[in-house]
Design a protein around this ligand. Structure first.
Ligand code: NAD
Length: 339
């Protein structure tokens, strides 16, 4: 065994129905006095906080600028982000230029709270980067805040977390530590997703998803983007396909290709093979099956294959060439059985 692993420094508090109290205590622990509460919709009560409610997906630069000026003019000394990846993303954009600490209270399973990756869009173009200043200092998980997340969004967000976990098994910096996180994330998500699908107002199922989403994001932040994420980023970027459903469609095909190199995945899904486990889960949750139904045209497949080929990680377990990718993408487009 030989590896170099870096763990990100972060305090994690997990306690349902108690976010407001924990956040107040964490603000005090950081020695802060003037929090800015960044949230829309689902939120918490926080005494003495400046509220910022303008949150836009993919963090347009203008929106980030307004939040930064508001933080400066109010003498804010800590950012409290209550929301999904878009809300956490806005707090990260403010932290990037100000160095303010973030307390993240996630209300979806996107996992942005566990990474040091920021993203901003300017004139329709997205830029991303990694900076330790944007990693939330504290994450407060309160599953009761996710009870209002509608079932289709919960499923999409949860499957996105599954993709973080699975792809971490063969990503460029995969190592025994991030693989251990990834496998435990899959066990938790595989148990939680059907439960949330059947009983969306049961907090225990939601707790499984938040716990799994956190572990998956930690694994992904450490292991990097594997083949699956490369395929999805190319499809999303070139053809503006919806993010979460694209993940749900593509993951089984990449798993069929690479799972020989990750035998521990199958038992994590409780299935004879990882592919079988993934397909059972997707069927159970009525997940989308094909890129065609997401609006991709067959004529776009060659350009997509070229785009992905340029991004394939050098250490992907299965050898991947243009022909292999063309087949994978065509199968995913048709929704062909990947077995
Ligand atoms: P989101 O934050 O845009 O939320 C999706 C929708 O759900 C919004 O309309 C939101 O208001 C609503 N919502 C959120 N929580 C809710 C709740 N509990 N109840 C009811 N409605 C709720 O989407 P997301 O999937 O959480 O995040 C996606 C964004 O995060 C993308 O921009 C993505 O690029 C980014 N992201 C970044 C990282 C990273 O590491 N930097 C990781 C994952 C995602």
């Amino acid at each position: 065994m030989k590896f170099t692993h870096e763990s990100l420094p972060q305090r994690v508090v997990f306690d349902s129905y108690a976010a407001a109290d924990h956040v107040a205590a964490e603000v005090e622990r950081l020695g802060a006095r003037r929090p800015m509460l960044v949230s829309t919709g689902t939120s918490i009560e926080l005494e003495g906080a400046v509220r910022h409610t303008e949150v836009v997906m993919h963090v347009p630069v203008e929106v980030a600028e307004r939040a930064r000026s508001s933080a400066a003019s109010h003498g804010v000394d800590v950012l409290v982000a209550v929301g999904g990846g878009s809300t956490t993303g806005l707090a990260k954009a403010v932290a990037l230029t100000t160095g303010l600490p973030i307390i993240a209270v996630p209300t979806t399973y996107a996992g942005s709270e566990a990474t040091a990756v920021w993203g901003l869009t300017e004139g329709g173009r997205k830029t991303t980067g990694t900076d330790p200043r944007v990693l939330p200092r504290v994450v407060v998980y309160d599953a009761s805040l996710t009870l209002s997340l509608p079932v289709p969004l919960s499923v999409a967000s949860g499957l996105n977390a599954v993709a973080h976990g699975v792809d971490s098994m063969w990503a460029p910096r995969a190592d025994p530590i991030n693989r251990a996180f990834a496998l435990e994330s899959i066990r938790a998500l595989n148990a939680g997703l059907p439960r949330v699908f059947d009983h969306p107002s049961d907090v225990e199922g939601r707790e499984n998803l938040l716990y799994g989403a956190y572990l998956a994001a930690v694994a992904f932040a450490s292991a990097g983007s594997g083949l699956h994420h490369k395929v999805c980023h190319v499809l999303g970027g070139m053809f503006n396909l919806p993010h979460a459903p694209t993940h749900a469609v593509v993951l089984p095909y990449v798993t069929a290709l690479n799972e020989f190199a990750a035998p521990a995945l199958a038992p994590a899904f409780g299935a004879p093979t990882a592919l079988e486990g993934l397909l059972r889960l997707a069927n159970r949750l009525d997940a989308p099956r094909s890129l065609r139904e997401l609006g991709l045209r067959e004529a776009d497949l060659p350009a997509a294959a070229d785009g992905v080929l340029a991004a394939v990680p050098g250490n992907n377990p299965a050898p991947v060439d243009g022909a292999r990718l063309a087949t994978l993408l065509h199968d995913a487009w048709e929704g062909k059985d990947p077995r």
